[in-house]
Design a protein around this ligand. Structure first.
Ligand SMILES: *[C@@H]1O[C@H](CO)[C@@H](O)[C@H](O)[C@H]1NC(C)=O
Ligand SMILES: *[C@@H]1O[C@H](CO)[C@@H](O)[C@H](O)[C@H]1NC(C)=O
Ligand SMILES: *[C@@H]1O[C@H](CO)[C@@H](O)[C@H](O)[C@H]1NC(C)=O
Ligand SMILES: *[C@@H]1O[C@H](CO)[C@@H](O)[C@H](O)[C@H]1NC(C)=O
Ligand SMILES: *[C@@H]1O[C@H](CO)[C@@H](O)[C@H](O)[C@H]1NC(C)=O
Ligand SMILES: *[C@@H]1O[C@H](CO)[C@@H](O)[C@H](O)[C@H]1NC(C)=O
Ligand SMILES: *[C@@H]1O[C@H](CO)[C@@H](O)[C@H](O)[C@H]1NC(C)=O
Ligand SMILES: *[C@@H]1O[C@H](CO)[C@@H](O)[C@H](O)[C@H]1NC(C)=O
Ligand SMILES: *[C@@H]1O[C@H](CO)[C@@H](O)[C@H](O)[C@H]1NC(C)=O
Ligand SMILES: *[C@@H]1O[C@H](CO)[C@@H](O)[C@H](O)[C@H]1NC(C)=O
Ligand SMILES: *[C@@H]1O[C@H](CO)[C@@H](O)[C@H](O)[C@H]1NC(C)=O
Ligand SMILES: CC(=O)N[C@H]1CO[C@H](CO)[C@@H](O)[C@@H]1O
Length: 359
């Protein structure tokens, strides 16, 4: 087992009354001592801007998990850590997760999501102004982070005062807009991206369905993969009929709510942007979604993060062109009112604190 022994950089509890500057100095020293000198100098630079100072201040109290890219990670990443203090602060913010997720009982879901400190409105547009999340999982070789279609491995584990420190072998990438994410080839969903960008939703043809998905704060898209898309010959049948296509793809979207995989359970009820109810089931072969009793589509890859929500890749088109406009509007309105009262979680996103999360 790679992490048989938990190595502590310091066993001292947070010293009562220490200033955040002392805290940051200590953190920078500890990172240097561990050999994580590139992140150490980026962290030291937090000292020079007020936003950076606020970040250091936030870290100094509460429970946090810090993902620390090692020096090799920075060598293979084209990031210039001295060019733009705002960018560096945002990048570091995305490496900090609110809460201690290590060795908790009951165990967290296979894919666990936690809120980071990244909330810069130029990079994150989630409902309730929530900060961006990070998604990770546990495999045979330990913990890995699901990031931009690649797997980032946790290669060491340690602690600094109140920080659980997980050392990683790549610098984490901040999620991009939904349209940029699905347009790139990593996720095998370029066909649906192409279709969404060819469907006009305004009379003057100025806005496509793809543009529309970038607008809401909070969006969930079930995106059929390329082979699902090729197999769904119904789409070519619908092609000249914009109304039917908007209805069909609306039944692949939750408007105003970002739903991550831990919430795919029978007990959760979500309404599509076309006003139809989603249902979920899971069995030994995977987790499935359907729209108002349409065919079941298997979720092939969940939790592809975007700046305003999340995309889940599915293996079939959900064959439902029904529309319930009033249900769609009321779902969006209730999403908006829920968002207004959201608070920031210090535990796994989408897991009710009182229920057993192991699965
Ligand atoms: C931050 O600035 C203060 C005051 O200039 C200095 O004492 C401290 O060592 C600096 N901390 C870091 C981590 O650079
Ligand atoms: C893990 O961290 C400890 C302490 O910082 C260090 O002694 C050890 O060499 C590290 N292991 C790896 C695989 O980097
Ligand atoms: C940190 O976690 C511990 C153990 O889970 C808990 O008792 C404590 O209240 C947490 N501290 C804060 C500030 O959340
Ligand atoms: C990084 O940015 C700084 C400031 O813009 C510049 O002086 C420096 O040459 C850059 N470093 C690299 C390796 O590009
Ligand atoms: C856990 O999630 C990973 C990453 O998506 C996946 O490869 C693995 O099959 C999942 N394991 C279980 C038991 O669901
Ligand atoms: C994410 O991955 C894709 C495909 O590998 C790449 O084109 C894109 O630049 C990456 N995004 C970021 C922010 O690096
Ligand atoms: C995180 O929680 C685990 C399990 O309770 C505990 O062993 C560890 O010390 C905690 N880490 C920090 C930094 O508090
Ligand atoms: C919108 O696109 C359709 C299909 O190409 C075309 O028939 C229609 O004239 C366009 N409308 C405007 C206002 O350009
Ligand atoms: C959408 O509008 C563009 C620009 O007017 C037009 O070329 C295209 O044919 C329209 N798409 C559909 C499916 O009507
Ligand atoms: C979401 O709902 C709002 C309000 O009803 C609507 O204006 C918007 O077009 C919807 N977006 C999508 C992607 O369905
Ligand atoms: C387009 O689709 C809608 C909704 O499915 C349907 O009511 C309408 O008759 C279709 N129009 C054409 C011209 O086929
Ligand atoms: C829309 C988008 O983000 N496209 C990117 C896809 O990936 C290529 C290769 O990395 C980039 O050059 C594009 O900008």
């Amino acid at each position: 087992m790679l992490f048989a022994s938990l190595v502590l950089l310091t066993l001292l509890p947070a010293v009562f009354g220490q200033s955040w500057q002392q805290y940051l100095d200590g953190l920078v020293q500890a990172l240097n001592a561990g050999g994580y000198t590139t992140l150490a100098s980026a962290s030291a630079a937090l000292n020079i801007t007020s936003d950076g100072q606020r970040l250091a201040q936030s870290l100094s109290t509460g429970n946090w998990t810090l993902f620390v890219p090692n020096n090799q990670a920075f060598t293979s990443s084209p990031i210039n850590l001295t060019s733009d203090p705002t960018y560096v602060r945002n990048l570091l913010s995305y490496h900090v997760v609110h809460g201690n997720f290590t060795d908790q009982s009951p165990p967290y879901p296979n894919i666990t999501l936690g809120r980071t400190l990244l909330n810069d409105s130029s990079l994150v547009r989630l409902e309730g102004n929530e900060p961006q999340v990070l998604a990770w999982s546990k495999g045979n070789n330990g913990i890995f982070v699901l990031n931009n279609g690649t797997i980032v491995s946790v290669v060491n584990k340690t602690a600094y005062q109140n920080l659980q420190v997980l050392v990683i072998d790549s610098v984490l990438k901040i999620p991009q807009s939904l349209s940029d994410t699905i347009t790139n080839s990593t996720y095998d969903i370029t066909s649906v991206a192409g279709a969404l960008s060819s469907i006009n939703v305004t009379a003057d043809n100025s806005t496509t369905l793809l543009n529309l998905l970038n607008f809401p704060r909070g969006i969930t898209l079930f995106a059929p993969n390329n082979s699902a898309f090729a197999a769904a010959n119904c789409i070519s049948g619908l092609l000249p009929n914009n109304t039917a296509l908007v209805a069909l793809f609306g039944n692949h979207v939750i408007n105003g709510t970002t739903v991550y995989s831990p919430s795919f359970t029978n007990g959760n009820h979500y309404t599509s942007a076309s006003g139809e109810p989603f249902t979920f089931k899971s069995n030994s072969s995977g987790v499935y979604v359907s729209s108002a009793g349409s065919n079941w589509a298997r979720i092939m890859r969940s939790d592809v993060l975007t700046s305003n929500g999340v995309v889940h890749v599915i293996d079939s088109v959900l064959l439902d062109t029904k529309v319930n406009a009033s249900a769609a509007i009321s779902a969006y309105q209730s999403a908006t009112s829920v968002a207004a009262s959201m608070s920031i979680l210090t535990g796994p996103v989408g897991v009710a604190p009182s229920t057993s999360a192991g699965r």
